[in-house]
Write a protein that binds this ligand. Structure first.
Ligand code: PLP
Length: 519
């Protein structure tokens, strides 16, 4: 690869005629026309390249992957940024260590970052590259504004985004969550965030009200124009369809393979199956890219909770949400109907056919349903298997795994573990673990103490704060620590208490006031 053959981005629906550079695609987020950015080429690593990565610290493994893609930032800058992304902001030197439950079952712990959820793996990385990309574009004279990120959250993403963007140059971030609609732990995590460029609002309404409100603000051309002309600020979303959130996730699958070989748990070249608890399809898609790049990965197992649209899709070839209820589950970060990164996966499986994707996405929009062609379905069946796990099976799995291995899983990981048991073949399996159990202490309590899924906790436990309940569970189970960032929440100062309406006007007014306070 020559110095000046940088990766370029086009889009899944065939609307981008002039390719985007990495920096431009990152700052844009969504491609014009509503499609998703995809790179024009996927680099290849030999087996030796992959196994050699284990000799490097994690941040250098990440830098190696970014350089292989050929992004248009200088190599030294990639090195520096990655050292900041994956350093002592994680509570484990390996960044995402692997715990082996038995010879053939390995758990990839993606939750050692500042918010104890796997979103940190991407959101400690994207903001720094976003800021560097904006700075590079400014120096090229292609940009002269700063950014305000607005995020509507049902819990996990908001806090991970706040931690990722706090203190980042040229960007401020505002997060909206449904008032009374997130757990005690999740709310405290958000409202105790430090840093000058952050703001958190509780919104009267549910998550849908938050999301709809934010979408309307993004779509309000007048407001966006005023922000630009009066404050030189552009709104941006940083959500999981940004290529800059996907790319850091590719790293940990290549890295894990390399690590398992170095640890003598895998023969170099031996196939490793992977099971991923899936919502927006970002995490499992990253694994597919890691496989494309040469990592000896076999089957990709897509694990869903009772929101089983992906299970049905992978088993039938029809994606149908026309008559599908939205179910509340113990694994809320996988409660989803429209799985947005699936679009990229289908684009790749069709052999990069933007016409097919545009047609399917139109059908999804108009009829809430689309059906893929036979050849693409064949490709999907070749690479993927899928299972859906009921709420009660999820809780039973937490209890059984604890009894059998002395290992405590969060409900998302438990969904993946249960799916693995049903789908696994001969190959060793890597199970992606996406949250620390203490983020979902109420359901871990239900699992361990036989409270059925969806039932209230006993009064004495219901009266505890999230931190107190976690301390009780840690005590009872004996050997499990609660990360400091979660254990200390009751003692930290709540900085944000503002409750606003979910109307366009209320969110715009709050955003403007926040930006004024920044000026
Ligand atoms: C976001 C999230 C998921 C789903 O990941 P996708 O990339 O959206 O498929 C699973 N588990 C947890 C804990 C999450 O926060």
């Amino acid at each position: 690869m020559t110095e000046n053959s940088h990766v370029e981005f086009f889009d899944t629906r065939g609307n981008v005629s002039e390719p985007y550079s990495f920096t431009k695609a990152l700052v844009a987020g969504l491609a014009p026309g509503g499609g998703l950015f995809v790179p024009n080429r996927i680099p290849h690593f030999s087996l030796e390249d992959i196994t050699a990565l284990a000799k490097l610290p994690y941040h250098q493994r990440a830098a190696a992957v970014y350089k292989a893609f050929g992004i248009n930032l200088p190599d030294e800058q990639i090195d520096q940024l990655m050292a900041q992304c994956y350093g002592d902001n994680f509570n484990n030197e390996a960044i995402c260590p692997i715990t082996s439950l038995d010879e053939n079952t390995h758990v990839l712990e993606l939750w050692h970052g500042p918010t104890s959820a796997f979103k940190d793996m991407a959101l400690q990385c994207l903001p720094r590259f976003f800021s560097a990309s904006a700075q590079a574009l400014r120096e090229e004279g292609k940009l002269d504004n700063s950014f305000c990120i607005l995020v509507a959250t049902s819990g996990d993403t908001g806090k991970a985004a706040l931690e990722g963007f706090k203190g980042v140059d040229g960007v401020s971030i505002g997060v909206l969550f449904p008032d009374g609609g997130v757990s005690d732990i999740q709310r405290k995590q958000m409202v105790t965030t430090t840093g000058g460029n952050v703001q958190v609002w509780a919104v009267r309404g549910n998550f849908d009200d938050c999301q709809t409100g934010v979408k309307r603000v993004f779509a309000d051309a007048d407001f966006n124009q005023r922000l630009m002309s009066e404050r030189k600020v552009a709104l941006s979303s940083a959500n999981s369809i940004n290529w800059g959130r996907l790319m850091p996730q590719i790293v940990y699958y290549i890295s894990s393979y390399s690590q398992l070989v170095a640890d003598g748990k895998l023969e170099a070249g031996q196939l490793l199956d992977v099971c991923v608890p899936t919502g927006n399809f970002g995490n499992i898609l990253a694994c597919w890219y890691a496989k494309q790049m040469g990592t000896p990965i076999g089957l990709l197992m897509c694990a869903s909770n009772e929101n089983r649209v992906l299970t049905d899709f992978i088993n039938t070839g029809t994606y149908d949400i026309s008559n599908r209820p939205f179910v509340l589950t113990p694994s809320p970060s996988m409660d989803i109907l429209v799985s947005s990164n699936l679009e990229r996966q289908l684009f790749e499986l069709t052999g990069r056919n933007p016409e097919a994707i545009a047609q399917w996405m139109r059908a999804l929009n108009e009829n809430r349903c689309f059906r893929i062609d036979r050849a693409t379905f064949g490709k999907l069946r070749e690479g993927f298997a899928a299972e859906s796990v009921s709420n009660q099976d999820c809780l039973n799995t937490i209890k059984e795994v604890f009894a059998r291995y002395g290992y405590l899983m969060d409900p998302h990981t438990a969904v993946a573990f249960a799916a693995t048991e049903r789908l696994r073949g001969e190959n060793p399996v890597l199970v992606a673990s996406t949250a620390h159990w203490a983020k979902f202490g109420d359901n871990v309590y239900r699992a361990l103490f036989d409270v059925p899924a969806g039932q209230p906790l006993p009064a004495d436990k219901a009266a505890l704060t999230g931190c107190q309940l976690n301390a009780f569970i840690a005590d009872e189970t004996g050997c499990f620590y609660v990360p400091e960032n979660l254990a200390m929440l009751d003692e930290m100062e709540a900085r944000f208490s503002e409750v606003i309406d979910g109307t366009t006007e209320a969110i715009e007014q709050a955003t403007a006031a926040f930006l004024d306070s920044q000026a």
